[in-house]
Design a binder for this molecule. Structure first.
Ligand SMILES: [Zn+2]
Length: 484
């Protein structure tokens, strides 16, 4: 992404959250970017001749945020499922309408989603792309990501087939190898482990290992994946420091020990867990085990790609739980465990660590220059700036994102995306909506905002259409939901 001909740029006089190991904060600091890298961070920096100056005074300069789990293809359905539960999501996407998405529909969703993230200061996003029912869909997903000047990881998945089936497909493997050689996108494999004791997903883990790709998996999702899934992965040696466990909400202490011991990280989607029902947002448990955390937004079918919202709701959910547990014991919480500084760390460093990208997530000389300036002089919410972490987590919002750099390249300037052809993106998304609406019929389309369950109710035990496996265990997670 960095290009040697990018003009040097300095952000002058902002409150700099470096997010380095010591979490150094510079009250009136400069960040100099040269050739796509952070060249210097300090006060009153000398800069090369011709350097572009951005006045950051009154604002906060921080590393670009990192979203480790978003189903970007679903963005063309923005807000459609606002009132869904997880079960209704499974019915709509997994059972009934996910197959209706053509490659161009995946392309349209990804394009919109990619711009949406950049606009909010999210410079890296993992596209948890489980709508890739053919390699043509995968090409479309990748092409859309490469058409937008952000940093993306394509996490290849396909809910229409077993992971052991699609990972064995030579065409899928050829796609992954070619895209890996190109080196323009990060790559992961994205699939869930149902807990079936015959462990059919083993073959998919073996492909991931052969191709050198990390696995990201929805773990601890009430009614879908459970402790049995973690045990199978652990016993077979597939839990690694690069494994990302999404949600990890309905798990017991033993599973958290296994995650902690093998060095993996948890991607918390607090807004999703709160509305959809994977389990209570797990930071209150995860932090007790020292498991690294990153944040994610899951899907724009409910929420937008806004990590300010993730930081805010994660603080709220953790504190809410802590107060509630104390009150049950007749106690009061006098000092909360989770601080604003922690969630800012999770939104930046946490994501970088989860992806094994030491060059991202902090503003230090030599790091890749993914930088965000939050500054909105017209807003009465922009001052006084007394507690910068608290300001970012509870006061700022996406409309305050003034400047965004990805690899030193300006992708948002003065509050406006650079190179964004809104008309073209809108017309692509409108075609997708028209296609889906036409294919479903108006009545089904309207009813889909609150879809009924199929008569057999099987989706409650197993949302995955590619396996008959069912277990009571996914519905017996009560112990862990209320603390083991
Ligand atoms: Zn998800």
């Amino acid at each position: 992404m960095s290009s040697p001909d990018t003009r040097p740029l300095v952000l002058r006089g902002g409150t700099v959250l470096t997010m380095d190991d010591a979490h150094t904060v510079l009250p009136a600091g400069d960040v100099l970017v040269v050739d796509g890298k952070v060249a210097a961070v300090g006060t009153g920096l000398d800069v090369p001749e011709g350097t572009e100056e951005v006045d950051a005074a009154g604002g906060v300069v921080m590393p670009g945020m990192i979203d480790t789990h978003r189903h970007m293809w679903q963005t063309a359905m923005r807000g459609y499922g606002a009132d869904w539960t997880l079960t209704q999501y499974f019915v709509w996407y997994y059972l009934e309408h996910g197959k209706t998405f053509r490659p161009e529909d995946v392309h349209a969703g990804n394009l919109l989603s990619a711009w949406e993230g950049l606009e909010a200061g999210v410079t890296t996003t993992v596209d948890w792309s489980h709508g890739l029912q053919s390699v043509d869909h995968a090409e479309a997903a990748a092409d859309a990501l490469l058409a937008v000047p952000g940093r993306f990881v394509l996490a290849y998945g396909n809910i229409q087939a077993g992971p052991w089936e699609w990972t064995a497909d030579p065409a899928v493997q050829a796609f992954l190898k070619r895209r890996a050689d190109e080196g323009r996108l990060g790559l992961q494999l994205a699939f869930d482990v149902t807990g079936d004791p015959s462990f059919p997903e083993k073959a998919a883990f073996e492909v991931a290992r052969e191709l050198g790709l990390p696995v990201t998996t929805h773990a601890g999702v009430w009614g879908a994946t459970s402790d049995a899934s973690i045990q199978l992965m652990h016993d077979a040696g597939f839990m690694t420091p690069k494994t990302v466990y999404v949600h990890a909400a309905s798990l017991d202490t033993d599973s958290y020990h296994r995650i902690a011991a093998t060095g993996g990280s948890v991607s918390v989607s607090t807004e999703s867990e709160q509305s959809a029902g994977q389990g209570y947002p797990p930071t209150w448990q995860v932090r007790k085990h020292g498991i690294p955390v990153s944040l994610s937004m899951d899907t724009s079918v409910w929420w937008s790609a806004d990590l300010f919202s993730a930081m805010r709701t994660t603080l709220g959910a953790d504190r809410s739980r802590e107060h509630l547990e104390a009150h049950v014991e007749g106690n009061t919480v006098t000092q909360v465990h989770l601080r604003a500084e922690h969630v800012v760390d999770w939104a930046t460093r946490g994501g970088a660590k989860a992806l094994g990208r030491d060059d991202l997530g902090s503003l230090e000389p030599g790091k890749t220059a993914d930088v965000v300036l939050i500054k909105n002089d017209a807003s009465p919410v922009s001052f006084p700036l007394l507690n910068p972490y608290g300001h970012v987590a509870f006061q700022a919002q996406r409309g305050d994102v003034h400047t965004v750099l990805v690899g030193g390249r300006v992708v948002k300037r003065d509050g406006k995306l650079v190179g964004y052809d809104g008309g073209a993106v809108r017309s692509a998304v409108e075609s997708t909506v028209e296609h889906l609406r036409g294919a479903m019929g108006e009545e089904t389309w309207q009813a889909g905002m609150n879809p009924a369950l199929p008569e057999d109710g099987d989706v409650l035990d197993n949302p995955y259409t590619y396996t008959e496996y069912k277990s009571d265990e996914t519905r017996e997670a009560r112990g862990s939901l209320f603390g083991s």
